[in-house]
Write a protein that binds this ligand. Structure first.
Ligand code: 48F
Length: 258
């Protein structure tokens, strides 16, 4: 059968443009496709909410594929075992309360399920700013990841959303930008970004659900961004908290939107 290069190009450009145009006005926009952002996207899409995830890197998964110091395994505790099962991720019990999974299988399964549920994922597109009107985050400002890498002076494009989630991990980039430019008071103890604490897995995992919340009208935090914004410890390659935090962010937003 004849294959035409231009038809291939047209198929890609037309279909991407259609998907991206739909994402310009969306119910929930998520910054970062690490485990927390992907999990939030899955649970939102499963409830029929229009959700798009913007990931600055070429690949999704954030810190998950790297496991612990490049040993590509992750540990999940009992509290999140049901989420592993929901995603169909295989695991073995290493010891009571320590379940081990392959980090690549975990990322692939969560990504696949999120896409199948209807979440849109745009890789190579980063969030560089927020749109704020009447003291509420009402959109995200996007640019190509490559533009940032190359330090090019290229103006961004904006999307409108009812709610946004900062799931950008340790650097909590969206909240940071909001604080820096909006001079706003955040819903944290100090009213500011409190900064991530040093490693303490148990305390970090215990705090993350409480930290998963709306930190400014229209902007939620999930995953390590939640602990970084609220001043709780990091926890290394245990991932139950990331999955549960993504799920909680989705539940809070579903309750608000529906
Ligand atoms: O860092 P990341 O995996 O965050 P997470 O979902 O999970 C944290 C764990 O990986 C691990 C841990 C477990 O205990 O501590 O570190 O909270 O994923 C964050 C994603 O956001 C992307 C980044 O490339 C990564 O894939 N990202 C960061 N800044 C931006 C962004 C941005 N400004 N716009 C879009 N994506």
């Amino acid at each position: 059968m004849k294959l035409d290069e231009v038809t291939i190009s047209k198929a890609i450009v037309e279909s991407f443009s259609k998907d991206f145009t739909k994402a310009l006005e969306i119910e929930v926009a998520i910054a970062g496709a690490g485990p927390a952002g992907l999990t939030a996207g899955f649970y939102l899409a499963k409830k029929g909410i229009k959700v798009a995830i913007f990931e600055r890197s070429l690949r999704v998964g954030g810190g998950m594929p790297g496991g612990g110091m490049m040993f590509n395994k992750i540990v999940v505790q009992e509290a999140a075992r049901q989420v592993l099962e929901e995603f169909g991720i295989k695991y073995i019990e290493y010891q009571k309360n320590y379940y081990l999974a392959n980090s690549l299988e975990a990322v692939s399964a969560i990504t696949y399920k999120a896409l199948q549920a209807g979440a849109e994922i745009f890789n190579l597109i980063g969030v560089e700013d927020v749109m704020v009107k009447d003291e509420r985050v009402c959109g995200l400002v996007l640019n190509w990841g490559a533009v940032k890498l190359a330090n090019l002076h290229v103006d961004p494009l904006s999307i409108r959303c009812k709610t946004a989630i900062d799931a950008t991990g340790h650097d909590c980039e969206v909240v940071k930008k909001l604080e820096e430019k909006g001079k706003v008071k955040l819903n944290t103890l100090s009213g500011k970004i409190m900064g991530e604490g040093p490693m303490w897995a148990e305390k970090g995992e215990a705090a993350i659900l409480e930290n998963t919340k709306e930190v400014y009208p229209g902007l939620y935090v999930a995953g390590m961004a939640a602990n970084a914004v609220c001043g709780s410890p990091r926890m290394g390659p245990i991932f139950g908290g990331m999955l549960l935090s993504g799920r909680k962010a989705a539940e809070l937003i579903i309750e608000r939107l529906r």
